[in-house]
Write a protein that binds this ligand. Structure first.
Ligand code: GRF
Length: 221
């Protein structure tokens, strides 16, 4: 049975979707632990009420990034996970950490990567007059928000909406759907990363899968 550790910093809406997918048997494995760098992260309570082990590794208690990341890795490794999922984990991770979990480390980013890496993605998509915005799940490599994208989903941008309203639609219509989906693939052994390329069902993925295409495929068999 595959084992997953989820790292969070905040609200944990992605975490909630992951826990629900696991409860529904969609993710063939267990969420072994939820670890936060922020002791006040609301997501910790969701994990506890789902009976999942939690831990806090507060970056403010460490003199530098290296020592924080060693402590974080030690905590993660207690659970010997097959995959580590960053779900709203708001610390940039150094190359040593990334190397240690290479091919097992996944992230969700609220944009249609390679567009809009970094922060404030919803406001930027609106300011730039994008017709579409969305979210992407990708393997983490040394380049921030730059690892190979596995699955992404899009929503149309309404020109008069606020960044918060757009963020809300991206969260509900895309993020909470694509992360559980990718983790279902990972947990059933269908997903790997080799030479910085995504391998799904033993085939190199030449471009990210689009959620809409996947939903159509599911509907029509
Ligand atoms: C999500 O939009 C995620 O993509 C981004 O931070 C947000 C976290 O939300 N990296 P939550 O903690 O999952 O509610």
């Amino acid at each position: 049975m595959s084992r997953l550790v989820v790292l969070i910093s905040g609200t944990g809406r992605n975490l909630q979707a992951i826990l629900e997918a696991q409860r529904a048997g969609h993710i063939h494995g267990e969420v072994s632990a939820v670890i936060s760098n922020n002791p006040d992260a609301a997501g910790l309570a969701h994990a506890r009420s789902a009976g999942v082990a939690t831990a806090v590794v507060d970056h403010r208690n460490y003199p530098d990034r290296g020592s924080f990341e060693s402590a974080l890795a030690a905590e993660i490794d207690r659970y010997t996970p097959d995959f580590v999922a960053l779900a709203g984990f708001m610390r940039i991770l150094g190359s040593e950490f990334v190397k240690r979990y290479r091919g097992r480390l996944l992230n969700i980013h609220p944009s249609l990567l390679p567009k809009h890496p970094g922060l404030q993605t919803h406001a930027r998509a609106l300011a730039e007059g994008e017709a579409w915005h969305g979210a992407s799940v990708h393997f983490v490599t040394e380049s921030v928000d730059g690892g190979p994208v596995i699955l992404q989903g899009r929503v149309p941008v309404h020109s008069n909406e606020t960044p918060d309203a757009l963020a809300e639609r991206v969260m509900h219509e895309v993020e909470q759907v694509i992360y559980p989906e990718v983790l279902a693939w990972a947990s059933s052994g269908r997903l790997q990363m080799r030479e910085d390329q995504v391998i799904l069902d033993d085939r190199v993925l030449l471009e990210p899968i689009q959620l809409q295409a996947l939903q159509l495929e599911k509907k029509h068999g």
